[in-house]
Design a protein around this ligand. Structure first.
Ligand code: ADP
Length: 288
């Protein structure tokens, strides 16, 4: 790979993965820079989890080049693994231990762990330090999972749909946690099917659908690039509502003004939101 590839925390070229007849990942390219929060956004079944599992070194691939912190995950060493934080969703923490015991226990697996007390504070579990894991709420549980993901002091954190099933307030608290980690300099890859989550957290994002990247860039740039067409709506004299999609809404309005000789009944000019753009890109336009 090129020198530039080595400066990227994650570099993926032409990644492919099939499960029998199903092509889950169909030629994905990604470049994640050091220190950024990168969002992999797409509907269920788009290939997000498969991609993350390959980056973690937990799933093989059929084709493509993958470099994560300079190594191929397929042959990642133990030292490499300690630099990559993985947040499991499979209730891996022993239910009978307390939060503090669990975090301390996992710290022992790493050559240079972070301070367990500091990590419990970071994820907002300091008041729950003496509680048993089985007594935590769902949101607290996920924060413990993140604590276990960052206890080794990873340079890169991989989060697969971290807030699925959260209520809105737990989701916002979790976003604060991600921002804190990003502010500390951790590179973060986060998958989500929530557009608002990608928009709230990601510096850059890739939209994936059916195993392919259909758009990539900063959220604002995506909106501008794909959302230039405006919709002009008005009402005809006989009461029929009309709408026109156009790149030149001012011209359309000028023509209507001329035709109506003044005020245009029911006039509305709107630009697509990022959500409109996202639904169109991922072929879910009818979902609205
Ligand atoms: P996402 O995380 O975006 O929801 P996944 O990577 O989980 O997408 O799945 C992509 C596609 O691969 C889907 O069609 C899914 O059904 C299929 N798939 C995922 N994991 C497996 C598996 N272990 N065996 C067979 N098919 C799978």
């Amino acid at each position: 790979m090129t020198t530039q590839a080595h400066q990227l925390a994650v570099h993926v070229r032409g990644l492919r993965k099939r499960y029998g007849d199903v092509t889950a990942v169909d030629g994905i390219d990604l470049g994640i820079r050091q220190g950024e929060v990168f969002g992999l956004l797409g509907p269920n079944g788009a290939g997000k989890s498969t991609t993350v599992e390959i980056l973690q070194g937990n799933r093989g691939r059929d084709d493509g080049e993958v470099s994560v912190l300079g190594s191929d995950p397929a042959t990642g060493t133990r030292a490499w693994r300690s630099r990559v934080g993985i947040v499991w969703q499979d209730e891996s923490a022993p239910a009978e231990l307390t939060v503090r015991e669990t975090v301390r226990h996992f710290a022992r697996y790493y050559p240079k762990p972070r301070d367990p007390e500091e990590v419990m504070g970071l994820v907002g579990l300091e008041e729950k330090a003496a509680s048993r894991v089985k007594a935590l709420s769902g949101g607290q549980r996920r924060r413990l999972d993140v604590a276990l993901g960052v206890i080794g002091g990873p340079e890169l954190l991989l989060l697969d749909e971290p807030t699925t099933g959260f209520d809105p307030s737990a989701r916002r608290q979790f976003w604060e946690l991600i921002r804190k980690l990003a502010d500390e300099g951790t590179t973060i890859l986060l998958t989500t099917h929530y557009l608002e989550e990608a928009e709230a957290l990601a510096h850059r994002l890739a939209v994936i659908a059916k195993g392919r990247v259909v758009a990539e860039g900063e959220p604002s740039a995506l909106r501008e690039r794909f959302g230039t067409e405006a919709t002009v709506e008005w009402t005809e004299p006989d009461g029929t509502p009309r709408e026109e999609r156009t790149d030149t809404p001012t011209r359309t309005v000028a023509e209507l003004m001329h035709r109506f000789d003044g005020e245009i009944p029911g006039l509305r000019v709107s630009r697509p939101t990022l959500e409109d753009v996202y639904l169109r890109l991922t072929g879910q336009e009818d979902a609205r």
